[in-house]
Write a protein that binds this ligand. Structure first.
Ligand code: SF4
Ligand code: SF4
Length: 444
């Protein structure tokens, strides 16, 4: 199978997954949703509110380690095989402009300028791609505004102007990069190209022309050597140059502009096939070409990155699965303790802050696990909507004769168990607080 076919399969899979993922929910929670609207992050079908955004830190760590790992292993493989800009360019230039509207003669020659005239075809290609861009921008938005809300919002444009503005900006950026900036985006705009060169080593898999077999085409002054056509297997047909979307000649050695798309390898394969020889442009490492050995995948850097990514992933997953569906914060009142009006009870006042971070609304209440302590107020469960925060003044009470002597001014550790009344075993949280007793002789 050619690299081109493999890339097209990869592009289709990535597009399919990115379109479908925002629609998949478990108990109303998404795989990934960063909702500024609801002020929450949903990750691995678990909801986190804005005060517990630590998963974002883990995600960023995994993202950066992943970039380092992939680049060390396969160079700019992301650029040629998964980057949305490459996918958009393939749709616009190769599918619409070349295959459908014949504005370029062939996908195998990306150096020839676009056909003159043919304005209707040009406008049609632009308009059709605009529809793709609108859909792609909406898909990107679904990771911030879930599709179930998005389609409600767009029915009321006046009330949801920000959604439309962001949608318009995303669409414009996609159109600008795919239609006007083209591959200059990969060479001059994208920051990844600047940092990736620091991560490559001689075992990194890249698109490499084999000068040992093909012959040296460029001298050390980067100038093309003329003549000596019989020195190697390269026929100097320039098929690899014509097909290159970033307009470089891979025979001049590794260049920052190369996006690892391997179209040059496919082009050379076609030429070399006629001579019963393998392609002169291969996806391999410099060491493997020079020493004629296998690519070294397992090496210190790749192993270190894999271990670090695995640790971060396991930590993120285990923390996500043990995550609570409610939050409770307890603060004491200003008074240490007070006596009830009939002087029969010692009372402590607290402020309990409850937050429902589950995906459904629930009735909440709490109990005190110390048998000698009772709840004076609040006396009834209360409702919390999804994401709602409610503060409650709580008065705990105990009989003045129960433990006054034994405690005698010492605070008693009490355990509070707050829970959703309809899901007591699943949605609960336990917190410690202190119940302050007065000194026994101060009461007499
Ligand atoms: S040199 Fe080859 S792999 Fe690199 S961008 Fe050009 S065609 Fe793609
Ligand atoms: S396609 Fe192959 S044979 Fe033709 S110029 Fe390129 S490297 Fe040489």
């Amino acid at each position: 199978m050619t690299y081109k076919k493999m890339r097209y399969i990869g592009f289709s899979l990535i597009t399919f997954v990115s379109l479908v993922l925002p629609w998949i929910t478990v108990d109303g929670k998404h795989f990934f949703l960063l909702s500024f609207d609801k002020k929450q992050l949903q990750l691995f079908f678990t909801t986190f509110n804005m005060s517990e955004l630590w998963p974002m830190l883990f995600l960023l760590i995994i993202l950066f380690l992943g970039i380092f790992f992939v680049t060390t292993l396969g160079g700019r493989v992301w650029c040629g095989w998964a980057c949305p800009q490459t996918i958009f360019r393939t749709i616009y230039r190769d599918l619409l402009q070349t295959k459908i509207f014949g504005l370029y003669k062939s996908v195998d020659n990306k150096q020839k300028p676009i056909a003159k005239g043919k304005w209707i075809q040009k406008i049609l290609a632009f308009l059709i791609f605009n529809i793709f861009a609108i859909a792609a921008a909406a898909d990107l938005l679904w990771y911030f505004i879930p599709p179930e809300d998005f389609f409600v919002y767009i029915l009321d444009p006046l009330e949801n102007r920000i959604t439309f503005v962001v949608w318009f900006i995303f669409t414009t950026l996609i159109m600008a990069s795919a239609v006007f900036i083209k591959e200059n985006f990969c060479t001059y705009v994208c920051p990844y190209v600047r940092i990736q060169s620091t991560m490559l080593d001689n075992d990194t898999v890249q698109t490499i022309y084999d000068p040992v077999r093909g012959g040296v085409i460029y001298g050390s002054d980067k100038q093309k050597i003329t003549g000596n056509k019989d020195e190697g297997e390269c026929t100097r047909c320039d098929a690899c140059v014509r097909v290159c979307p970033t307009h470089i000649d891979i025979r001049a050695g590794m260049q920052l502009e190369c996006i690892n798309c391997l179209e040059c390898s496919d082009a050379c394969e076609k030429v070399m096939k006629r001579l019963s020889l393998p392609s002169l442009v291969r996806w391999t490492s410099p060491n493997s070409v020079q020493n004629n050995e296998k690519v070294k995948v397992i090496r210190f850097r790749t192993v270190a990155y894999s271990i670090a990514i695995t640790i971060a992933l396991v930590a993120l997953l285990s923390m996500s699965t043990t995550k609570k569906s409610m939050i409770l914060n307890i603060n004491r009142g200003t008074e240490l303790f007070h006596l009830s009006k009939d002087k029969a009870n010692i009372e402590n006042t607290y402020k309990f802050k409850f937050e429902n971070i589950d995906s459904k609304e629930h009735m909440f209440y709490f109990e005190v696990l110390n048998p000698e302590i009772t709840i004076k107020t609040p006396s009834e469960p209360f409702k919390l909507r999804v994401g709602e925060v409610k503060s409650k003044v709580v008065i705990l009470s105990t009989d003045i004769n129960s433990s006054l002597k034994t405690q005698n001014g010492k605070p008693l550790p009490v355990t509070i168990r707050a829970f959703a009344t309809d899901s007591k075993e699943k949605i609960y949280i336990e917190k410690e607080a202190a119940f302050i007793y007065p000194k026994a002789d101060s009461i007499r």
